[in-house]
Design a protein around this ligand. Structure first.
Ligand code: OXD
Ligand code: MN
Length: 593
């Protein structure tokens, strides 16, 4: 039975009415954000089997969901930027003309909610009512999406109250339809701030507040309005004297983003009084404050983290966060105690269990029990490491921006940019070596500019220009660094211990930001720690290994430069900013000399 609209806003009502006409649902439920309503929806999911209730004594408020087997990840090849002109989508995005996309998808959307409930989710990216927040409305037929959006965003009636009569909201239309992968489309209309997503129920395709809105649509809004929407962790490093500096970090997927966001300092640092605070693990909205500094806020309210590999050792705080009020998707169901399990959890493989597809799971099977992209959805507030600034509508002031990727060779453990434009150059070229897990040639570097490859909602050349222009507006620019935790020795073994020990590198950056120039020397590629500048005491890394970790091999860099040239040529449709070409020339000169 439909409930009453939660607003008198004519534009919202029109959007909902028009959507209902197209989708033809049997009822319309407006999500008010109340616990009671979410409980009712959860109970409905338990009845339909969309959710399985886990052991409420061990894991209160925790549920398991299994997606369709053909619907387990974002679909980059079916994701489109529907700008008026093709060149505005640029060389890295799929493009479809807005009219063509609307015509094509309208046919698929038509009557797709027949006999189903249409949920209307008002949500805010950012603190409700904050001048930096933005309102969205997602229409969906998926109760799973409703329950996830209620964790991942601030959802409910109060978002409509702050919207008032305004037409300034993002319109998200989502239907799981038949889940037919061949008719799956994730379309973005930057001019009208609309998202149309059909035939997927999976996170990044279906939780429209996340990648679709907070990155692809918001990157367009940000460019027009003079701010930035980035795929970045926001974290605070607290020194023993109680002072905190906030860092942003951008890494392509599979590089431990959620882990660094919630890093636990190593014993020695804990004893000294170091602390690390998490403001966000995935997305940062950045603005220049009146004080001339760059300020960051996390538009999200939850973590949508990858489960496999998450353990007390790799991410203690995430393990604590998911002890309660969490939705697990596509993990193993341990039937003996009605809990969950995944590979790399640091716990014994369960004997009596079902794999992510719901089939009997055998620990000796070659196939993993949990899907490689299985997830947990949990509130940021559940993490013991959440920053007290998480709910600060202004966000936090940023001192450093870190770019990184997974590189076996060439890129040293850490180096710093000489200045903002050099930092933008470094960010524009980061990437990860392909592994056997990916299709294509193994060992080549997949460039992933600013870790935004699938998320820049417009032309990549214009995006780089926006970065350069923003630098001019920031009076007190953050320092920009590059890290590589993954450099290997001649036996293919990682040389750096990683995880909590990464704090040592952050600590060096902290001191550089404080202006401790004695810790820094210049190299051909950027600023590097001086002798003794980086604390490696207690790691058992001998000088030789440290030299290998920090080595700038001119031959490897000559090859790197050729690859960067090829990448720039590939993405240049006349929009690559000159500033970046200058940076590339300068790097080449420094390496040749
Ligand atoms: C994510 C991603 O899910 O980047 O955060 O794919
Ligand atoms: Mn991400």
């Amino acid at each position: 039975m439909s409930n009453k609209p939660l607003t008198k806003n004519k534009q919202v009502l029109k959007f909902v009415d028009e959507s209902a006409k197209l989708l033809n649902p049997s009822e319309i439920i407006w999500i008010d954000g109340s616990k009671e309503q979410l409980n009712t929806i959860r109970n409905k999911c338990l009845k339909t089997g969309e959710l399985i209730e886990l052991n409420q004594e061990i894991m209160p408020g925790c549920y398991l969901h299994r997606s369709a087997v053909n619907d387990v990840a974002r679909v980059e090849d079916r994701t489109f930027i529907c700008s008026e002109k093709k060149e505005d989508a640029g060389p890295l995005n799929n493009w479809m003309a807005p009219n063509e996309a609307k015509n094509k998808l309208s046919i698929l959307f038509n009557d797709s909610m027949k006999g189903r409930t249409m949920y209307v989710i008002p949500f805010s990216m950012g603190i409700v009512g904050s001048e930096f927040a933005k309102v969205g409305i997602e229409i969906t037929d998926s109760a799973y999406v409703v329950l996830n959006m209620a964790i991942m965003t601030r959802a409910g009636k109060e978002c409509l109250d702050v919207l008032g009569d305004s037409n300034d909201f993002v319109r998200g239309l989502h239907s799981t339809c038949t889940l037919n992968a061949e008719d799956r489309y994730i379309c973005h209309f930057p001019k009208t701030n609309e998202i149309w997503s059909i035939n997927s129920g999976y996170g990044g395709n279906a939780l429209l507040g996340k990648k679709c809105f907070a990155l692809r649509i918001a990157s367009n809004q940000a460019r027009n309005e003079g701010w930035m929407a980035e795929h970045m962790v926001i974290m605070g490093v607290e020194k023993p004297n109680g002072e905190i500096k906030y860092f942003l970090a951008a890494f392509p997927s599979q590089c431990g983003k959620t882990n660094i966001a919630m890093l636990v300092p190593p014993e020695k640092y804990l004893k000294k009084g170091y602390k690390v605070w998490c403001v966000g693990d995935d997305i940062a909205w950045l603005r220049v404050g009146d004080d001339g500094r760059l300020w960051a806020m996390n538009p999200e309210n939850g973590f949508f983290g990858v489960a496999p590999g998450t353990s007390e050792k790799t991410n203690f705080n995430a393990m604590k966060a998911i002890e309660h009020d969490t939705i697990f998707t596509n993990v193993v169901h341990d039937l003996d105690n009605n809990t969950v399990w995944w590979e790399g959890m640091g716990k014994e493989c369960p004997k009596n269990a079902l794999n992510w597809k719901g089939e009997k799971f055998d620990c000796n099977s070659k196939e993993t029990g949990a899907h490689a992209n299985s997830r947990f959805t949990t509130s940021c507030k559940n993490s013991p490491a959440i920053s007290i600034e998480f709910d600060n509508p202004k966000g936090v002031p940023i001192d450093a921006i870190i770019f990184g990727g997974r590189r076996n060779d060439t890129v040293p453990l850490v180096y710093g940019a000489f200045d903002w434009d050099h930092g933008v150059f470094i960010g524009s070229t980061i990437g990860s070596s392909t592994t056997a897990a990916q299709s294509g040639v193994v060992g080549v570097t997949r460039r992933d500019p600013m870790a935004m490859l699938p998320f820049i909602g417009y032309n990549v050349g214009d995006y780089f220009k926006h970065w350069i222009d923003m630098g001019k507006k920031i009076k007190h620019q953050p320092k920009i660094f590059c890290v590589n935790w993954f450099r290997t020795d001649e036996h293919g073994k990682f040389m750096w211990p990683g995880f909590g020990e990464n704090l040592r590198v952050l600590d060096w950056m902290y001191d550089v930001c404080e202006g401790k120039d004695g810790n820094v020397k210049k190299s051909e590629i950027g600023l590097m720690p001086n002798e003794g500048g980086l604390d490696i005491e207690g790691l058992g890394l001998n000088g030789d290994l440290m030299n290998k970790l920090m080595n700038v091999d001119k031959k490897e860099w000559a090859k790197e430069i050729e690859e960067i040239k090829a990448f720039y040529t590939k993405i240049n449709d006349g929009k690559l900013p000159n500033e970046l070409k200058v940076q590339l020339d300068r790097l080449e000169m420094r390496i040749k000399n």
